[in-house]
Design a protein around this ligand. Structure first.
Ligand code: MRU
Length: 343
């Protein structure tokens, strides 16, 4: 199940705002449309928005009319800035834009038309690589899963949040495919309901047993002995292992520690921000009030009440049992072991 498909200058995205009741697609043929799709969460999830932004830059480059190299690169920078302004927390977005921009710069000597082709190829390469990376994360994480386990997850770190396969759900998928007879509990993940709308839908499609709980049921469910481990995705991991992920992840991690349940983060190395020392340096996106005060356009809170809607939180490294990457599972001390991934 792929949330995005590029063909001939058009990026087709599953409209994730409408799942699970409707499975509709949105076509983006300008970079502005791609940027809007990221802002409005038609596409979401750290790896998926990274690759989407790369396609956005390539689509934007194709539309540049000028045959002056200087104008071309000025325009390209503007397109990259537009993409960077879409969402602040997931570092994969910035990683992907920097990678595609550097690709253009390193081919500066070629003709504009050749550079355009190279940018499209690079976005497609990132797309393919992401799927391979997720499969490797899945294989590495599968080693940690005991047969018959019940796994709790939060938000959606599945195929829909990546180019396919998923990170946290990639581990779950490989464990399922290898006959481990696993079960999943999915937190519904207020306010945007990525757990109940997307994770439950995705796992159902794959035939993996899934039960939804409201976020405030996680503690009780763990204390009742129903959960063997927690696996979540990540939007940005600091050098010391502090991890930003969907709002509510921190509470789940604290509850897991209290109940002696291993808590794993599954993410590609591109989610590590090697330039940020600790979680305190991670920007947290604040989203619009309506996500909290309304569900499907229906008001569920009194008019005029102040609302806070941070979209992510940071789980301190001390709550994280291990970080599952495509290069292997990283354990504490994260301060030294994460740096080794860069070498
Ligand atoms: O706001 P979202 O839906 O983009 O947030 C997504 C998450 O928090 C995911 O857990 C994270 O991006 C990892 S996706 C593999």
């Amino acid at each position: 199940m792929r949330p995005l498909e590029y063909k001939d200058g058009v990026l087709k995205l599953i409209d994730q705002t409408r799942l699970p009741t409707e499975c509709e697609y949105v076509d983006c043929s300008t970079y502005e449309e791609v940027a809007d799709a990221i802002v409005n969460m038609i596409v979401r999830g750290a790896p998926a928005i990274g690759v989407t932004a790369a396609y956005g830059v390539a689509i934007g480059a194709l539309s540049i009319k000028s045959d002056s190299k200087e104008d071309f690169f000025n325009e390209l920078e503007k397109i990259c800035d537009k993409m960077r302004s879409t969402r602040p927390t997931a570092v994969n977005l910035f990683w992907a834009i920097d990678r595609i921009y550097k690709k253009a710069l390193s081919n500066k000597e070629k003709s504009i038309s050749e550079i355009k082709d190279i940018l499209v190829e690079e976005a497609c390469r990132m797309d393919t690589e992401d799927v391979e990376t997720n499969k490797a994360i899945g294989r590495n994480g599968n080693e940690l899963i005991k047969p018959g386990s019940t796994i709790l997850t939060h938000c959606n770190a599945g195929a829909l949040a990546t180019c396919d396969y998923g990170t946290a759900l990639g581990v779950i998928r490989i464990a399922h495919e290898s006959g481990k007879n696993i079960k999943v509990y999915a937190d519904e993940t207020r306010p945007y309901l990525q757990g109940s709308r997307l994770t439950a839908w995705e796992l159902q499609q794959q035939g993996i047993p899934v039960t939804i709980i409201c976020d405030n049921m996680a503690g009780h469910t763990m204390k009742s002995g129903k959960i063997d481990c927690v696996i979540v995705g990540a939007d940005r991991i600091a050098l010391n292992g502090d991890t930003a992920n969907k709002i509510g992840t921190y509470s789940v991690a604290v509850l897991a520690k209290e109940n002696n349940i291993p808590f794993y983060v599954a993410a590609p190395v591109s989610t590590i921000d090697f330039s940020t020392e600790t979680g305190d340096g991670i920007p947290i996106e604040e989203r619009k009030e309506e996500e909290v005060t309304h569900i499907k356009g229906i008001r569920i809170a009194p008019e005029g009440v102040p609302v806070s809607n941070p979209s992510f939180d940071v789980t301190p490294n001390k709550y994280i049992t291990g970080i599952i990457t495509e290069k292997g599972v990283i354990y504490p001390p994260y301060e030294t072991n994460i740096k080794k991934l860069k070498e």
